[in-house]
Ligand binder design. Structure first.
Ligand code: NAD
Length: 468
């Protein structure tokens, strides 16, 4: 990370965009600052009986819409500045994809690999209890989700702890998203951020004139991709990029990086890592001297999907990718951003590109409040209507559809299909809106994303008025 803190980096990007708006300075400051931060320290009784003090935070950046929403991160890098920066990005992200939430983020400063499962459970439950005590969690207050180092298991523990103390059993399920499907999760949430990254990049590659500017043809077919971080977001982004026709040529994990210009088999690499504990020495691939070297590989699309501060003034000039697709939050520092833009790199920014997670979290929250699976009421009705239409066409034309075609055309939409299509619509709509603003103001996509978010949050404040 550079000497400038992460929250300051986000605010520099905010200021750059704010200059293109005409909102009063006081209102811009209110949008930019972080409303409240809860810093907690609590004891963990370890499996060996010793006591360890755990440091954790929950930041609520903007309550202009409630609940506020944002993931919970388990990592040694977690600190107050990081949580505030990530909460701010959540505010802008929600605004850009029209998810009616304010931004929040939580973090626990631990390396999860150093704790047993039962220790992680005790940490998660105590953290949840601390949030309950200070009114930092609830379906209409603040709704956490997974982030770096957490997943459905932690979300289930949070739900169960919240449930144990809640007197609002009816809506308690909506206190956290990213839950296992059996515990009120929605199908499609696990892969949502990576899938959203794919939809966003796919849409960027639809514009032939934008691609021509960076020397690429439109479409993802045959485009080479390097990915840093094969966790939830990176793995799924890789999977969908591959299915969309791209070629995966490089992967970086914390233990090292591998390269094969002819393509790497994602599932085989994952299996190799499960077997050997490392992606290194994968048959047919070259090991790179250092993990970070992968960022500098020749490729069309670089997808950083690990942590912030990966592309800095130190390595920005050596980046060869034509497109940087920011799946992680804050992977490019503000100074590196300027260098890359100068080089003509197209940066698809985090505050838009990784919003698939919060979008599907929003769907999960809606599902929890309505207590019904998406498609349950409409699926059979849609199918029957489509079958009647197909029958009518057959009667009128005297010709029959093949059984295969009938089956394909007469579908009602399962929950996962509805979630995917809602996500696709959201990402395409948001990209087009941001691109339009970029053209209008003659700015890069990140600045346009911030302009878009600032305008939406400002309108919300102006319409609501200020209490008291
Ligand atoms: P994760 O914990 O599932 O995966 C992160 C992966 O990155 C791990 O496999 C880890 O080993 C690897 N990694 C760590 N340091 C690395 C390094 N220096 N080089 C290479 N690899 C490294 O986390 P995630 O949920 O996939 O989150 C990744 C990023 O995406 C974070 O910035 C997070 O804030 C962002 N994000 C996540 C979500 C979500 O829904 N999970 C949503 C929006 C944004």
């Amino acid at each position: 990370m550079s000497a400038v803190g992460f929250f300051d980096q986000v605010n520099r990007m905010f200021e750059k965009a704010a200059a293109h708006t005409d909102h009063p300075p006081g209102l811009l400051r209110q949008i930019r600052i972080c409303n409240s931060v809860y810093h907690m320290e609590f004891p963990l009784k370890r499996d060996d009986g010793s006591i360890k003090v755990i440091r954790a935070w929950r930041a609520e950046h903007s309550q202009h819409k409630l609940p506020v929403k944002g993931g919970i991160r388990y990592a040694m890098t977690v600190n107050e500045d990081e949580v505030m920066a990530l909460a701010a990005l959540m505010t802008y992200k929600c605004a850009v994809v029209n998810v009616p939430f304010g931004g929040a983020k939580g973090g626990i400063q631990i390396n999860r690999r150093e704790y047993s499962k039962s220790e992680l459970e005790r940490i998660t439950r105590r953290y949840t209890f601390e949030m309950i005590r200070k009114n930092f969690i609830g379906p209409g207050i603040d709704v956490p989700a997974p982030d770096y180092g957490t997943g459905p298991q932690e979300m289930a523990w949070i739900l169960d702890t919240y449930n144990s103390f809640s007197d609002n059993q009816l809506n308690a399920l909506a206190c956290v998203t990213g839950k296992p499907v059996g515990q009120g999760g929605v199908r499609g949430r696990n892969e949502a951020t990576g899938l959203g990254v794919f939809y966003g990049v796919h849409q960027a590659f639809q514009y032939a004139e934008d691609m021509a500017k960076i020397g690429l043809t439109p479409g993802l077919q045959g485009k080479t991709v390097v990915i840093q971080g094969l966790g939830n977001v990176g793995y799924h982004a890789a999977k969908f990029m591959k299915e969309g026709g791209a070629v995966l040529v490089g992967f970086a994990e914390y233990e090292g990086a591998i390269h094969n210009p002819n393509g790497l088999d994602l599932e085989a690499v994952m299996a190799h890592r499960r077997e050997t504990g490392s992606i290194l020495d994968f048959p047919g691939a070259t090991n790179l001297p250092q993990s970070k070297d992968a960022l500098e590989l020749p490729c069309d699309i670089l997808i950083p999907a690990a942590l912030e501060g990966q592309i800095t003034t130190e390595n920005a000039a050596r980046i060869q990718a034509k497109v940087i697709a920011e799946a992680a939050n804050g992977p490019v520092t503000a100074d590196a951003d300027a260098i890359l833009l100068e080089k003509g790199v197209l940066i698809v920014p985090d505050a838009f590109l990784n919003a698939g997670g919060v979008t599907v979290s929003y769907f999960e929250w809606l599902r929890n409040l309505s207590h019904v699976r998406f498609g349950r009421l409409s699926k059979r009705f849609s199918m029957n209507t489509q079958i009647e239409t197909l029958d009518a066409v057959e009667t009128l034309t005297g010709k029959a559809f093949s059984a295969d075609t009938r089956q394909r055309l007469a579908r009602g939409g399962d929950e996962v299909e509805l979630v995917y299509s809602g996500l696709e619509e959201t990402m395409i709509g948001a990209y087009d809106e941001v691109r339009e603003l970029a053209l209008q103001h003659d700015v890069d996509l990140r600045t346009a994303t911030f302009i878009n978010a600032i305008n939406k949050v400002a309108v919300s404040y102006l319409e609501m008025g200020i209490f008291p």
